[in-house]
Design a protein around this ligand. Structure first.
Ligand code: UDP
Ligand code: MG
Length: 333
């Protein structure tokens, strides 16, 4: 790894979906933290907080625009609709790569410990292009989320994904890594699984997770299941191979059954066995349907990808340049 000798211009990317309850506090905490980092000479004073409004239906966007109007430290990128957390952080990073040397994505509720930024920056200065945030524990999660998350990461690893267990979308990427990420055209995104496959110099920063202070989780059960499915289908086709294995086992079992049935028939007791036939039929029917749905999932995914639809539509960007306070505001619509 080659050490860096220039401090970065850092963009902190915060996705927001109906976050009116936390914007005030978050913006203050972020401002304080980044100002401290600037004073300590860890980031340049051109660094910014870039909020990405993911089609909020509450006062979020108005509040963000108020912030940006008062203080050019805040930038606001706003989507035309709700495209989801992954799209929001991607859009923020794609905007950031044009202005910053590094971008860190963090949830707008600041559940992830913002104090860990110092360690992210240390890794960056040491030469890392990607720094993964990994949560220390899952004590703030409920029992259900903890169980499902653990099982999910086990499954992901079994399927060959390189996603780090308990890694969050709290991550630093250098502009080099961001430019590489921009080359990935796929529309279904699971950044946690995708980024490790790029293979840059990387390191891990462990951080604590706090409970959400205000508002509710914006990750509904449905959104979480979708993300989990995306994670699997966008990074591995092993489930399809496993169907092949399942078919092979079924054929073997069928051969054994055939031999037994023929022996039975030869011995003259062929009519019995209604229950057995029924069970076999039901199991086979179930296996076939599940297999079809797995394949269908991939076919659907292929269909969606084949459309080449944009991943998100940007409605407006407000980014005022720090360096030229006299120039007209650089509000791009
Ligand atoms: N989020 C988003 N779009 C969505 C859902 C969530 O941009 O459709 C944002 C949300 O505003 C927050 C982050 O993603 O900044 C994580 O969401 P949340 O805190 O609700 O999830 P949890 O921490 O409960 O997993
Ligand atoms: Mg949260």
């Amino acid at each position: 790894m080659v050490k860096r000798d220039q401090i970065p211009t850092l963009y902190l990317v915060l996705p927001c979906y109906n976050e009116e309850a936390v914007i005030d506090k978050t913006s203050r905490v972020v401002r304080d933290k980044m100002t401290r980092l600037m004073k300590e000479g860890k980031i340049t004073d051109r660094s910014k907080a870039l909020f990405v409004n993911d089609g909020s239906r509450d006062a979020t966007l108005r509040m963000l625009h108020d912030l940006a109007r008062e203080d050019s430290f805040y930038g606001v990128l706003s989507f035309a609709g709700n495209y989801g957390h992954q799209s929001a952080i991607l859009a923020g990073m794609m905007e950031a790569r044009h202005h910053a040397d590094a971008a860190v994505t963090i949830d707008a509720d600041l559940q992830q410990d913002i104090e860990a930024l110092d360690r992210f920056l240390e890794c960056y200065m040491a030469g890392c292009d990607v720094v993964y945030g990994v949560r220390n524990d899952r004590n703030t999660d409920g029992f259900f989320k903890k169980m499902t998350a653990t099982a999910y990461y086990k499954l992901m690893h079994f399927l060959g994904s390189g996603a780090l267990t308990n890694s969050a979308d709290y991550r630093l990427m250098s502009s080099k890594a961001l430019n590489a990420l921009a080359e990935y055209p796929e529309s279904s995104l699971f950044l946690r699984g995708l980024i490790p496959t790029m293979g840059f110099e990387s390191d891990i920063v462990y951080f604590d997770v706090k409970a959400r202070e205000a508002g509710e989780s914006k990750y509904t059960f449905k959104k979480m299941v979708n993300l989990a499915m995306d994670g699997i289908t966008s990074s591995s086709i092993r489930p399809i191979h496993m169907i092949g294995g399942l078919g092979f086992i079924t054929v073997l079992a069928a051969l054994v059954m055939i031999v037994f049935s023929i022996v039975d028939w030869a011995n003259g007791n062929a009519v019995q066995g209604y229950t057995t036939s029924l069970i076999v039929m039901l199991i086979l029917g179930g296996v076939i349907l599940v297999s079809l749905s797995v394949i269908g999932e991939y076919v659907g995914k292929t269909y969606m990808e084949a459309k080449h639809r944009p991943r998100y539509i940007i409605d407006s960007v407000v980014l005022r340049d720090f360096e030229h306070p006299n120039e007209k505001n650089d509000d791009k619509a």
